[in-house]
Design a binder for this molecule. Structure first.
Ligand SMILES: Cc1cc2nc3c(=O)[nH]c(=O)nc-3n(C[C@H](O)[C@H](O)[C@H](O)COP(=O)(O)OP(=O)(O)OC[C@H]3O[C@@H](n4cnc5c(N)ncnc54)[C@H](O)[C@@H]3O)c2cc1C
Length: 410
């Protein structure tokens, strides 16, 4: 077993979207960047539906053209169906945002593409190499490559983008319990679903199961396959006493819109499951390090916000690291944490309102002011930092006010 020592301005742990965008941004700013990725690529990760805000972040970092040219299914909006009611949000009907669509992507392809871009911009990739230690005081990252050889990185700053690996939360005892209920997802990919013919074939469709007991995502890809997943509480899953596949089939058969759409569908991969996916941290930064993407807080998949927040945090962290390494006065709490929490908290309120049923009242109301609908469309497009949007300023009060108006009118 040998040991190598490498000096690098920045070490990025993990090559998901958060890591690749941070690495691409810092490499373009002239820093030496080492990306350390444990898993052989291409690798599967859950989370295939992007939001228009992603386009903006990718564009800012010179990565959008590669995504545009990859032939992904264009996602023009999101549709929600439950109790025989359907509500569609066209992302282009927003409140003045630049991008009115995004993409549905197989993450094994998309993440490889972003990583290739980061390497093209000059980041060094240490593939199939696992980070096993970090010392914030000496700013050293310890890793082991696939041959079992040790690598020690002497760095100025470390970005933990290890997603579900949660490397620094584990090593530095930063994990905190999520305040959200424990939910599971049971998912697969299918072919030959019956896609809508009204121009919404690229939309994500969310089918509400039962009395808001769960929901089903439908993410269509350009190769004709579709990602489908059932999300519900762990208790609800257990109450059926079925295997993952039996549960998946049963929920589809009990949910009218999904049953119809998947009446001819055949599974192309085995049914998988993730348990208790929500996570939180005690701190998003510390001496010589920060956390980005899913290594921080992960809320819930219902509004497909995960990759958007991963890209946003990777992009934002790179900007603050640049200032830090230049010796400028930086308040990480204000410039990174407060900024990220502003957007996360808008999504948090929408997630809470989805599960307690308030949002369905708004979605399925017979009438909504156009400005309200456009403002919601903008939030669903990932524009959760736009102060022109009243839902950004005070999501809870505005949602409750809109519900009050709807109830008065009915
Ligand atoms: C059920 C479900 C459905 C979802 N659906 C969506 C969706 O439709 N749209 C959406 O935007 N988001 C969705 N998400 C969220 C999405 O999965 C994540 O937010 C996103 O993958 C986070 O990206 P990331 O870059 O932070 O981490 P990841 O993509 O997880 O990448 C982290 C990388 O770090 C590497 N790594 C881990 N440990 C180590 C180590 N010790 N050393 C080196 N490398 C390491 C891993 O191998 C991995 O490649 C969903 C999540 C769930 C649970």
């Amino acid at each position: 077993m040998s040991k190598r020592e490498i000096s690098s301005d920045v070490v990025v742990i993990g090559a998901g979207p958060a890591g690749s965008i941070a690495a691409a941004s810092l490499a373009q700013k002239g820093y030496s960047v080492s990306i350390v990725e444990k898993t052989p690529f291409p690798r599967f990760v859950i989370g295939e539906s992007l939001l228009p805000r992603c386009n903006e972040l990718l564009s800012r970092n010179g990565m959008l053209d590669a995504v545009k040219n990859a032939g992904y299914m264009i996602k023009h909006g999101a549709a929600f169906e439950g109790n025989h009611k359907l509500e569609k949000y066209d992302f282009s009907e927003n409140i003045g945002q630049t991008y009115g669509s995004s993409y549905q992507v197989k993450r094994e392809e998309f993440d490889q593409l972003l990583l290739d871009e980061a390497v093209k911009f000059g980041a060094n990739l240490y593939k199939e190499t696992e980070v096993v230690g970090f010392d914030p005081e000496s700013s050293k990252v310890m890793a082991i490559d696939k041959n079992g050889d040790k690598i020690e990185f002497q760095t100025k700053f470390t970005v933990d983008a290890s997603g579900y690996g949660r490397v620094l939360p584990r090593l530095l005892d930063l994990d905190a319990p999520s305040e959200l209920e424990i939910r599971d997802a049971v998912f697969t990919r299918i072919k030959e679903d019956i896609r809508p013919e009204d121009g919404t074939d690229g939309y994500i469709y969310i089918f509400i199961h039962g009395n808001n007991d769960g929901w089903i995502w439908t993410i269509p890809f350009s190769d004709g396959t579709t990602s489908v997943g059932v999300v519900c509480t762990n208790d609800y899953f257990n109450s059926y006493g079925l295997s993952n596949e039996e549960f998946f089939d049963k929920i589809i058969s009990e949910t009218p819109g999904a049953k119809e759409r998947f009446s001819n569908a055949k599974k192309v991969v085995p049914v998988g499951k993730v348990d208790g996916y929500s996570a939180n941290v005690k701190a998003m930064h510390g001496k010589n390090y920060c956390l980005v993407g899913n290594a921080t807080e992960f809320l819930d998949p219902v509004f497909s916000s995960g990759v958007t927040l991963a890209l946003e945090s990777g992009d934002r962290a790179a900007m603050v690291i640049d200032k830090t390494l230049k010796g400028e006065d930086v308040d990480w709490n204000v410039e990174y944490v407060d900024y990220m929490m502003k957007g996360i908290n808008v999504f948090r309120e929408f997630v809470n309102a989805w599960y307690d049923g308030r949002l369905q009242k708004v979605f399925f109301a017979p009438f909504k002011q156009e400005k309200i609908k456009r403002s919601i469309s903008s939030i669903l497009g990932g524009y959760v930092w736009d102060d022109h949007n009243l839902f950004v300023k005070n999501p809870k009060d505005l949602l409750n006010a809109v519900i009050g108006q709807i109830e008065q009118a009915s």
